[in-house]
Design a protein around this ligand. Structure first.
Ligand SMILES: NC(=O)c1ccc[n+]([C@@H]2O[C@H](COP(=O)([O-])OP(=O)(O)OC[C@H]3O[C@@H](n4cnc5c(N)ncnc54)[C@H](OP(=O)(O)O)[C@@H]3O)[C@@H](O)[C@H]2O)c1
Length: 182
């Protein structure tokens, strides 16, 4: 159950075959040219991002975001890393250590809507340690054939409750689940 009414949501975009990037890290396939007329406007998903209070990233996802263009605006970003990384943005904080303690003591008391946006290494740790309340998978209309899997041998079974399904005009389909605790 979320504590202090905070919610930790895992969110990434996956290819239909379950990968979040190609073996060389390429994510150009995220730009889809598909058209699904019955879908809702993709801008609605972007507007929803405005409700996120804090993004949590692994170090490699942070490096990718710096290279491809910063998608998090001025929303607070927590980067998990054991390395000394250059702090060139006021909204970015680097943390390391006991993940469960960080979530309990640093994140949940401060932020209501916390989004863990990858990569798979971090997602695996959140699932293994039972730290996520919700999982949101956006499936792009493409099969990329290989790469980093969204769920990388989490080694735990997580029963889910399907909360919502949204199809977008771009052909993206978003599946939202609550991690069941019953
Ligand atoms: N399709 C999508 O939506 C999506 C989303 C996110 C990422 N991606 C892709 O995924 C790839 C990166 O994923 P990844 O799984 O390889 O890496 P990642 O999860 O982004 O980063 C892993 C690194 O984060 C640090 N870290 C993780 N947990 C930590 C902890 N508890 N304490 C301290 N440091 C911690 C470690 O770095 P140190 O060695 O510095 O300690 C670790 O090597 C990128 O290519 C990116 O493009 C795709």
């Amino acid at each position: 159950m979320p504590t202090n009414e905070s919610t930790v949501t895992i969110h990434m975009v996956s290819s239909l075959d379950g990968f979040v990037c190609k073996p060389d890290g390429d994510v150009a396939w995220l730009e889809t040219s598909d058209r699904y007329e019955a879908g809702i406007a993709d801008e609605d998903a972007i507007a929803f991002l405005g409700t996120v209070d804090c993004f949590v990233l692994g170090a490699r996802t942070y490096e990718t975001a710096l290279k491809l263009g910063w998608p998090y605006s001025d929303v607070p970003v927590i980067v998990l890393t054991t390395s000394n990384m250059p702090a060139d943005r006021a909204s970015v904080q680097f943390l390391s250590g006991d993940l469960a303690g960080l979530v309990r003591e640093r994140l949940r008391p401060r932020y209501k809507n916390i989004w863990v946006v990858g990569g798979p290494t971090l997602v695996r740790d959140f699932l293994r340690m039972g730290l996520a309340d919700e999982v949101r998978v956006t499936i792009a209309p493409v099969i990329i054939g290989g790469g980093l899997p969204f769920f990388d041998r989490t080694e735990v079974e997580s029963a889910l409750h399907l909360k919502d399904v949204t199809a977008y005009k771009s052909g993206m389909v978003e599946l939202s689940y609550v991690v069941r605790t019953d």
